[in-house]
Design a protein around this ligand. Structure first.
Ligand code: HPA
Length: 255
């Protein structure tokens, strides 16, 4: 991977399901780094929004070919870090569990619970590597979260400030009983990619915040508890909910 001596990257954005390109990114150069941890989900596209350098990476690959449990989270974040990014905005498509988090809501969660298993979840496992026990009481960087929420307000985009993201293994959706348990645990949102990404970002010392896009009521959670979740509904709701996203990102970059 080549060191980058240009102006630093002001923001790195990781796109989730339904978000494979970043609107408004101009003058894009594609980087295809191969990291010590292997290949990334796809190219990192570096360009400018309103004159500021921004990097974008589609978490599932640009053709959505990488399932949540096989995303090389370590390589993705290591590459963004090596390109000089210090701040990561993670876009995560999720299901809503509690009443304020219905379809098409945007939310900036402040807590998470990790239900994933069998994923490589740390950089600290090679012989000779110092074992870090990073503080993770606030899994999302509070200052970056505040910026996201303030940027949404400035852009006139409704966003719920806070909430607990439950990260499940996928790729199947959850049972109604699993969602009922998650609600009892205190989760407001459910997604499959929030972890180990947030923990790895903390190990690298990156600022990291999640902008969750609610695509559907989680199993049994909505007013119509026997509703079947379809990919068409998920993608239509993501498209509708993200119409305000470029404004939020521009407001973040304007500082
Ligand atoms: N569960 C888990 N992940 C998701 C969902 C869901 O209901 N919707 C979008 N991503």
């Amino acid at each position: 991977m080549s060191a980058n001596h240009e102006e630093p990257i002001a923001l790195a954005v990781i796109g989730g399901t339904g978000l494979y390109r970043l609107a408004g990114l101009e003058g894009v150069e594609a980087h295809q780094p191969v990291t010590h941890y292997g290949a990334l989900s796809g190219p990192v596209r570096v360009g400018r929004i309103n004159g500021r350098r921004v990097a974008f990476l589609a978490r599932h690959g640009e053709g959505h070919s990488v399932p949540p449990h096989l995303v090389n989270y370590r390589a993705n974040l290591a590459a963004l870090h090596a390109l000089g990014a210090q701040r990561v905005l993670a876009l995560n498509t999720v299901g809503g569990i509690t009443e304020d988090y219905g379809p098409r809501v945007l939310a900036c969660p402040d807590q998470l619970i990790d239900y994933t298993w069998g994923r490589v979840s740390t950089y600290c496992e090679e012989p000779g590597t110092e074992v870090l026990h990073v503080d993770f009481g606030d899994p999302y960087t509070p200052s970056l979260r505040r910026e996201v929420v303030a940027a949404a307000a400035k852009a006139g985009v409704d966003m719920v400030d806070g909430g607990c993201y439950g990260a499940t293994q996928g790729p199947r959706l959850e049972t109604r009983a699993e969602i009922a348990r998650m609600r009892r645990d205190g989760c407001d949102l459910v997604g499959m990619t929030g972890m180990p990404e947030a923990g790895l970002a903390r190990e690298l010392g990156l600022d990291y915040a999640c902008l969750a896009i609610v695509a559907n009521w989680a199993a049994g959670a909505g007013p119509q508890t026997d509703e079947v979740i379809t990919l068409e509904d998920v993608l239509a709701n993501v498209a509708a909910a993200t119409s305000g996203l470029p404004g939020v990102i521009e407001a973040m970059l304007a500082g």
